[in-house]
Design a protein around this ligand. Structure first.
Ligand SMILES: *Cc1c(COP(=O)(O)O)cnc(C)c1O
Length: 436
């Protein structure tokens, strides 16, 4: 099946090309030409199926025409070697815990899947060179991508981060790994790191010498697998004999890849009644729902910082899915925007009343299902990060210590291995070429 660009100014491509390219040449985002649906029998059996079985069935509909079934099965089963449990909090409210992967955040799912699919397509392309993934990070994306790609053959990762500006825990998660992961400590800001990566993608010498790609949610191989766990949430509700005709899912959103993947799941036949796009004070999507106008603006720093996005890249995919119709979008998605005070209050209240500790991102979604749902609806908030990842913030709010899981502690014991570079492009380019 072919993938087209949301800008429709460059030709449709194969899945392989969409994955190797990332962004389309016209700077649009790739979308599948056709979104298949799952048969009724699948939903009759889903309560008995495991996360991997469900994900493989969904993956077969999405990717089955373009990749051999045994290869696809390996990719899915290697990616999802952790659980995504649905926790009952109170009344009809649940949290889907997406944070049991290696870096304790939901990006692990997409990053791990993409690493394996990219490795497969690179091998298949017959080009004997390895693919070089460049990521600029202010903390979280770098760790998910670095760990997702760690040890995957044929792929190398370069993580650029601003020296002294990420937390110790975040740094440990990508700067201690070694193997095919190189951490570059840039003497500058996050924006400098991002500028270096952007320049590299446009540099002719570099692109001739080495294959470069990015690993953000623009890539279809990172974006589409995020639809799997919406089906698994449904399966767990069916297992509990909940009313599966009235499911509402709130998604804490930044670049909107996670929510857009949920919309794909719905398009594939998953009966989710509606979605709530839950935002912190960065609320361009909320404003779009109110006014029909999309007006990107600079991001504002909040305590849910992985959602501090002022121009969400996957908005283009949402518009495209709904034929650019504001009415159709509003029929499936409602929105909300919360301040840091409201997010903190939700963490404090849920801890006190229900004994459940939310992280600041999940708290945005949880507040949404507490305020914006109706009696009879079965409500799921996606919990995108483990609260220990935001230990300082969460402890300040609850006044209690947060235990750091073993997996995070292990990173902290690793030895830091980084290369320091200036923020000038010339040094970065020379460094990349020296690794060939
Ligand atoms: C990236 C991230 C988000 C936002 O996800 P998008 O797909 O960009 O909308 C939410 N929560 C956490 C913890 C994240 O790391």
């Amino acid at each position: 099946m072919e993938y087209y660009s949301t800008n429709r100014q460059s030709p449709p491509v194969s899945l392989q090309e969409a994955v190797l390219r990332g962004l389309a040449p016209d700077r649009g985002l790739y979308m599948p030409q056709r979104i298949g649906t799952l048969p009724k029998a699948f939903f009759n059996n889903i309560a008995q199926m495991s996360l991997c079985e469900i994900s493989y069935a969904v993956a077969s509909i999405l990717f089955g025409d373009d990749i051999e079934s045994d290869v696809l099965k390996d990719i899915v089963y290697d990616t999802l070697n952790f659980d995504i449990p649905l926790r009952h909090i109170t009344d009809d409210r649940y949290c889907l815990e997406l944070f049991h992967g290696p870096t304790l955040a939901f990006k692990d799912v997409g990053a791990r899947f993409m690493a394996r699919m990219l490795s497969h397509f690179n091998k298949q392309s017959g080009d004997n060179r390895c693919v070089n993934v460049l990521v600029a990070t202010s903390g979280d994306t770098g760790s998910a991508v670095a760990n997702g790609f760690l040890g995957v053959p044929g792929v190398r990762v370069f993580v650029l981060y601003p020296q002294g500006k990420v937390s110790k825990i975040q740094e440990a998660q990508f700067a201690t790994l070694g193997q095919n992961v190189t951490a570059l400590e840039v003497n500058g800001t996050f924006d400098d790191c991002q500028a270096l990566v952007k320049k590299a993608f446009l540099d002719q010498d570099l692109n001739e010498a080495m294959m470069l790609t990015s690993a953000n949610s623009i890539n279809v191989a990172r974006f589409l697998p995020q639809s799997f766990y919406y089906f698994y949430a449904y399966a767990q509700l069916a297992r509990r004999e909940q009313d599966t005709d009235n499911i509402v899912v709130a998604v804490p959103s930044g670049n909107f890849g996670n929510l857009a993947a949920g919309l794909i799941a719905k398009r594939m036949g998953l009966p989710i009644k509606r979605f709530i796009a839950a935002n912190n004070r960065n609320c361009v999507f909320y404003d779009y729902l109110l006014t029909g106008k999309y007006e990107p603006r600079p991001s504002i720093a909040t305590i849910a910082n992985a959602m501090d996005v002022g121009d969400p890249s996957n908005f283009a995919r949402i518009l495209d899915l709904y034929h650019r119709s504001h009415n159709e979008i509003c029929a499936d998605i409602s929105g909300c925007t919360y301040t840091d005070e409201q997010i903190s209050q939700t963490i404090a209240d849920t801890w006190r009343d229900n004994g459940y500790l939310l992280d600041p991102h999940g708290a945005v979604a949880y507040r949404a299902i507490s305020e914006l749902t109706h009696p009879g609806e079965v409500c799921v908030a996606l919990e995108t990060a483990h609260p220990a990842k935001f230990k300082g913030t969460v402890e300040h709010i609850t006044g209690e210590q947060v235990e750091i899981p073993e997996r995070l502690k292990k990173f902290l014991n690793g030895e830091k291995q980084t290369t320091k570079i200036s923020s000038g492009f010339h040094t970065f380019k020379k460094f990349l070429l020296s690794t060939l």
